[in-house]
Write a protein that binds this ligand. Sequence first.
Ligand SMILES: Nc1ncnc2c1ncn2[C@@H]1O[C@H](COP(=O)(O)OP(=O)(O)OP(=O)(O)O)[C@@H](O)[C@H]1O
Length: 579
Amino acid sequence: MRNLHENSLQAALKACKGSFISVGIFSLFVNALMLVPTFYMLQVYGRVVTSGSISTLVMLTIIMTVLVITMGSLEWVRSRIMVRVSTKLDVLLSRDVYKASFKRSLESGGMDASAQSLNDLTGLRQFLTGNGLFAFFDAPWLPIYIAVMFLFHPWYGWVAIGSALVLLFLAYMNEKMTGKALGQANKENIAATLYTTKNLRNAEVIESMGMLNTLMHRWGMRQKNVLILQSQASDKGGIVSAVSKTFRMLIQSLILGLGAYLAVNHEISPGLVIAGSVLLGRALAPIDLIIGSWKGFIAARSQYDRLNDTLDKLHAEPERMALPAPQGHVLVENLIVCPPGSKTPILRGISFGVPAGSVVGIIGPSASGKSTLARALMGVWAPQNGVVRLDGADISNWDKDQLGPYMGYLPQDIELFEGTISENISRFTDVDPEKVVRAAKTAGVHEMILLLPDGYDTVIGSEGVNLSGGQRQRVGLARAIYGSPRLILLDEPNSNLDEVGERALASAIQELKLTGATIFVITHRTTILSQLDRLLVMSAGGVSMYGPRDQVMEELNKQQLAAQQKAAQVATGTAPASA
Ligand SMILES: Nc1ncnc2c1ncn2[C@@H]1O[C@H](COP(=O)(O)OP(=O)(O)OP(=O)(O)O)[C@@H](O)[C@H]1O
């Protein structure tokens, strides 16, 4: 059971705790067994060479071979456990990380639409299966080696302790000198990659207006910053790495000298001269490896921090009781909406009600808040205040999976997804050919689809066919009306349509109206006015008029006439002086 205060990354790591403990125990045995070659050497020197007993040599060799093979097998099992851990983490986390990336993109209004978190998860997984991590498991067993060194001779023990302290100090210096710069470089690198991805998406605009050099220059500045930070860190890391390598070589030779001195004074056997040096090398290897793989560790640490941060914001969705299928009654009460990341409201306290089965036109000047209202009605942007009710229930209280099929949304920037036309229309659920064709026919796009190379099976996106703006808009309309949505919102559905497309749209609205769906149509054009029951006029984030279409049109015409008369009076100088 997951603790309420922990996010899914912490819970997943907790679930892998047993495996980490096993790897720790395996590491203990692996490190203990790594002493075998040293002891074999000592025995060969001490017993076989002095006694000349071949049978002892054979016996020792058999024991050494079995133990070394056991060590190899344990090491293999240890790495297999980590591979399983990395797969388990992926299984436990990838859905949440995907969801969190999606949520971040939604909440940032698309400004933070990157797969960085999924890359972070991959990076973390790769670190878990790399060699660098084992150094962290091996380093804690350093005391075993030091204890053995003490058994050989106390001076050996003290040298081992001194050397380990020097290397640990160097590892600490490495972190101090490079950690911050490397973390910063990673951050800058991600920002530069995101910047490039966004630009590459707009390649046509860049090409047509010759903006490549200036944008490349901007990218170059960011990249330069990344390189400066990286090379600063690498320079410092390089010094520490060189010092630690030199120190290790030096100390390994010096300990040979010390061994020779002790052997000459008959304090240790000649076999221990070499054994001491070999053992010291073995003991210090993990610390050396930690210093060498510090860059990878820092990257993994940043990946962990970012994932932790992202998953912290992903709160578990509360279980929602299933509500009956909505009819389509919409009630908007004192709705105040700010865009993601902003505290300035765009919609300033809007209220209106729409009976099920009505067709409502939303009109108003640019930036008056029409698309923002659309997002709020679709439950995409959460209101700061007020509520959008569908059949009396707050739209944010509906389970999205349950509500989705009853909603149809055609946004202004239509994005179709990689896949076939039929998959796109059926919203990537199981394709029901009858429903797909019905939606396409209602949207007036059936004939156009049949003319495509593979009809409904035509693949669109980077792997397939590119549709024109009008075609995309009509396929998007078919997707919005697929199934039996009760609440449909079309944001400027005719912006890319020709005359035939507009006629198809008008008849689609008529047909949908017969199904009893509530339809909102945002438009700047007057061609579909005849299809509307009601008109909602927006101005500066508020509703300036709302009511039956003819009544609102009449009022609008009156206002327009009055404005024209006033303009004419101003032009002729007969306007009354304003107070
Ligand atoms: N993601 C966003 N972040 C910040 N501000 C936004 C965002 N989207 C829209 N706005 C701001 O909200 C205001 C209303 O925009 P909205 O798109 O709702 O207007 P609109 O009436 O649909 O305009 P148009 O007819 O040009 O499509 C604008 O001032 C716009 O700058």
